[in-house]
Every structure is written in structure tokens, then in C-alpha cells.
Design a protein around this ligand. Sequence first.
Ligand code: GDP
Ligand code: IMO
Ligand code: MG
Length: 430
Amino acid sequence: MANIVIVGTQWGDEGKGKIVDLLAADADMVVRFQGGNNAGHTMVVNGEQFICHLIPSGILQKKLCVIGNGVVVDPAVLIEEIDYLESKGISVGPDLLLISDRAHVIMPYHKLIDHGREKMKGDKKIGTTGRGIGPSYEDKATRRGVRFVDLVDPETFQERLDAIVPEKNFYLENFLATETVDLELTRVQYAAYADRLRPYVANVSVALQAAGKTGKQILFEGAQGTHLDIDHGTYPFVTSSNTVSGNACSGSGVGPKDIHGVIGIVKAYTTRVGAGPFPSELFDDIGNLLQKTGAEFGATTGRKRRCGWLDTVILNNAVRLNGLTGLAITKLDVLDELDEIKICVAYELKGRRISEVPANLNHLAACQPVYETLPGWRKDIRGIRRFADLPAVARQYLERIEALTGVPIQIISVGPGREETIVTHNPFHR
Ligand code: GDP
Ligand code: IMO
Ligand code: MG
């Protein structure tokens, strides 16, 4: 029996959805533990693409999907996603989806505040997804949040609205100079969401404990990436939750002894959406090639992703912060056409060579990447299913990543499809 956590090692969009969908075949439950619908996780099965923002990527494998207490949930988006999946013939009844009674609800004023603040910041904006994620976590921390248990109880919900909305409206109108929220309209709208979602609401921690007692295997699905973590990322250009593996415990209600492995998803190069430092970013033809070949557009906002070389300073930060036990390298096929491939192995800062990510963002922005150059393989690898069949030069690239990180590569993805994968070690088979 094993419980495994999947996390992004870079700035998100590493291909977590694809790998979670693949590994979910061996899991009984798949659990989201942080973030919200800022996430966009893509799965491609039999040529059909599915994008989930809130529902765990285990849903296509018909596994019990769980939204933990650490997630912030926009109920309208969740209902839309249930309907979208059901319209594609994927059942998402309460037998297949649980929502934590302690998960916080994204309210209309959270989205208005998110947009209003970004607008006010002008060119200093974070480039958030505009989904109300930050303002929702902020209310959780300042004890002004609304939880699912409050949403599904009309009396409590009314009390929460009465207490919170006037203050939010004052801020929206007088500080952000933007539209306000109609309390009664919100009550009626959210009452309808509550009626629809009530059957899904449960004590997730208790459900996970019961599953563990009967030998069920749990896969925890991280959202965003390690460098968007609110504590360990490139603050303030981060999201508002802890994205590292440790939060799989607090974000779902299990203890650390129940986690047996942590797989870091590593895109074979690096991308970032939104603002913030990115030392190995490319502004040349190769950057454009990665963006085009990798179809690097945000799965949530459709924005073009910034692209650059693989950065093992960033990767080793993720190895330490998450306690990675294995790596999954994705999008290796995107490098197929390159003559040579670079790996950032250190930074130069003020004439000094460093191998850690500086906390000071001005320092990070001033870091010059130190590169190692490897040959490209110039061959289409999408059809390859065994490690030994990869071109020797591609294996050399992977072995160099293992040597630089000290973590074994267990999965190699060579295309978006579920089957376009080489699994050298399944983390559930210990
Ligand atoms: P996530 O947020 O980490 O789940 O990643 P996204 O779904 O936002 O972005 C990853 C994108 O890359 C999606 O469009 C996937 O379908 C695609 N993808 C995943 N793995 C591979 C791969 O190995 N090769 C290629 N070419 N595309 C991939
Ligand atoms: P997945 O799970 C990539 C980025 C936003 C912005 C910053 C803050 O698909 O990998 P937020 O709306 O969270 O307050 O925005 O974080 N961001 C992501 N970037 N992938 C994601 O999720 C992201 N979720 C948030 O672009 O820079
Ligand atoms: Mg994504």
C-alpha cells in the first residue's frame, strides 16, 4: 500500500494532469489539497482532450475524487465542470466526488477584488488568473471566509453574508472604485449552488482515514508549482497557497506518516505564466520554438507562456522543499528538433557562482544562468515506449538530470496522450 504526492517543480503547467491521470489507474482516490480554479490540468485520452480546473484528474479513471479543505472552490465553476464532464459521458456523482466541508468558497467579491487590485497595480501587476484565489485565501487567514459547511446551511450563510458583504462593498466602491456585490442576489445564486452541491459535501479527513484502513491507495494532486508557493516561491510573484508536498497533509487532513513517496513533475524545459523573475528565460528563436512546438498557452487563461531552458537550480530547490523521491520528465518530445540543448546548472550573481535561489527578488532577477550544453537528438521520439529505445543522446540528457538532482527519473512523457509515456518505475509498486 502506498500514498503518493504529485507536485509541480517549476512554475506550474509541468504536465501534472497527464501524469496524475496515468498514475490514477493504480490509485483508489485522487485528492486535490490546495489552489482552486487557477489550475488548468490537461488530460488526453484516446485523442480526446479534457481540461479540469477543480475536479481531480483521477475522474477519467473513474476513481473517487476528493477536494480537500485546503482548496478554495468557486461553486459555479465546479458545477460547470461537473456538467462539462457529464456532457462528455464522464459520471461525476456524489459516489465519485467529495468536497470537504471545511473547504473555503470563492465569493463574487473575491473575483472583483482580484481584478480591481490587478488593474490598480498597472504594470506592477502579478498577472493573476483573476479567479479570486488570493482574496479568498486572505479571508480564510483573517477569519472572514465562508466554508462549504456554511454555504450548505442557509441560516449560517445568511449570517456570514450579512457580516462580510458590507465591508467588502465599502472596499470595492471606495478603494478599488469598482462594482459592488448585491447581497440578496448573491444569497439566491449561492443557495442554488448549495442545493446542487450539498450531496457532495463530506468530512474528507475521516473519509481518507477510512480508506487507508481498508488498504486503499491515495494519489495527491498538487496544483501550480513549487516556485509559485507562497512561502518558498518567488514572492510576491506567487499564488496564495503552499504548493509544496507538505501541504498535501494539512490541505486534506492526513498525517505525514501516511505519505510514502513524492513525485516531482519536471517539464524538460521551463515555462512561466504571469510576471516574476525567470533566470533561464529565452527571448530568441529557441524560446519561440519551445512556445510553438510545446503549444505553450495557459490552460486556464489562454495566455502565452514564457519559455526557457531547464534550470536545475530551480529543480534542486524543488527536490529539497518537497522531499522528492522520483521525477517525471514531461514534454521531452518538444526538444526533438533542437541541435543542442542547454541546462542551467548554477547562477552567477555579482561575480559569484551560486546554486541556491536567492530570496531577494532583485538578486534573483540579476542572476545570470550558467549553462552546460548537450547535443540534441533530432529525431521524433513520440512513438517510443521503452527507455532503451530512446536515442542515446536523449538518454544522456535524462541521465544528466538525474546526476544533477540525485533523484531517479521514473516516468518520461513523450506526448500529451496517456499512452505516450515511458514508465521505468511505477511509484505505487514499491
Ligand atoms: P498541468 O497544469 O501541470 O496539469 O499542465 P497543463 O495541462 O496546464 O499543461 C501541460 C500541457 O502539455 C497540456 O497541454 C498537455 O496536454 C501537454 N503535455 C503533457 N505532457 C506532454 C508531453 O509529454 N508532450 C507534449 N508534447 N505535450 C504534453
Ligand atoms: P497549474 O495547476 C501556471 C500563476 C498566475 C500568476 C500567479 C498568481 O495549471 O499548474 P493566482 O491566480 O493563483 O493568484 O495567480 O500564479 N498561476 C499559475 N501558473 N499554472 C498554474 O496552475 C497557475 N496557477 C496560478 O499566472 O502568475
Ligand atoms: Mg496548468
